[in-house]
Design a protein around this ligand. Structure first.
Ligand SMILES: CC(C)(COP(=O)(O)OP(=O)(O)OC[C@H]1O[C@@H](n2cnc3c(N)ncnc32)[C@H](O)[C@@H]1OP(=O)(O)O)[C@@H](O)C(=O)NCCC(=O)NCCS
Length: 166
């Protein structure tokens, strides 16, 4: 039986939950959609085993064990946070999932009384730059020819920082 018109167009709701070691294969599969040098399941496992590393997955509301709808991985060291990676599957982009995942990291760091969050982003990555600027990140550094691009010229990285205000 087909979907009714109203349920077909019903907007899905999403929730976030902490990442666990069981997610590593799914993380590697999603990461491959976002980056030319994807991280392996083993690399994710090694990161998640570190005490300083944490992350969140987006899932459909009420389906915490369902397919991941994106994830963010971050690190908290010496009073500062750092985004290690964030990816949303291509077909689910532009639904505020990236924003929701970044907010989960900011809430986490707020609870830990962390004042600043850093990240590096390719200066040609328009969607990510819009996302970070809307959240209040500002450029604080520049790394020339930081990203190698197979078959193309290397691109520059911007270092961005978000600071708690108030
Ligand atoms: C960057 C990324 C995580 C954004 O995820 P997303 O779920 O599509 O982002 P959101 O829907 O939450 O959008 C957040 C903001 O960015 C803006 N934005 C997102 N994609 C955009 C695009 N393609 N063009 C213009 N603006 C865009 C949105 O307008 C939104 O702002 P608003 O809601 O206030 O209008 C996603 O594009 C991705 O996975 N890219 C590949 C991996 C990557 O580049 N990661 C970042 C590496 S530093």
């Amino acid at each position: 039986m087909g979907l009714s018109f109203s349920s077909y167009f019903k907007r899905r709701s999403y929730a976030v939950r902490p990442l666990s070691l069981e997610d590593c294969e799914a993380l590697a599969a999603i990461h491959e959609e976002g980056f030319s040098r994807p991280w392996t399941s083993e690399e994710f496992e090694a990161l998640l085993r570190q005490d300083t590393v944490f992350g969140y997955a987006a899932v459909e509301e009420g389906v915490p064990d369902g397919p991941l709808c994106g994830f963010v991985l971050a690190r908290h060291v010496a009073g500062e946070g750092e985004i290690l990676t964030i990816v949303v599957p291509r077909k689910l982009r532009r639904r505020r999932l990236g924003h929701t995942l970044m907010e989960a990291v900011l809430r986490h760091l707020h609870a830990e009384r962390v004042e600043s969050l850093f990240l590096e982003v390719d200066e040609t990555n328009g969607p990510a730059l819009v996302l970070y600027r809307r959240l209040g990140f500002q450029q604080v550094g520049f790394r020339p020819a930081y990203y190698a691009n197979p078959g193309a010229a290397p691109t520059n990285a911007l270092v961005m920082r978000w600071d708690r205000t108030g």
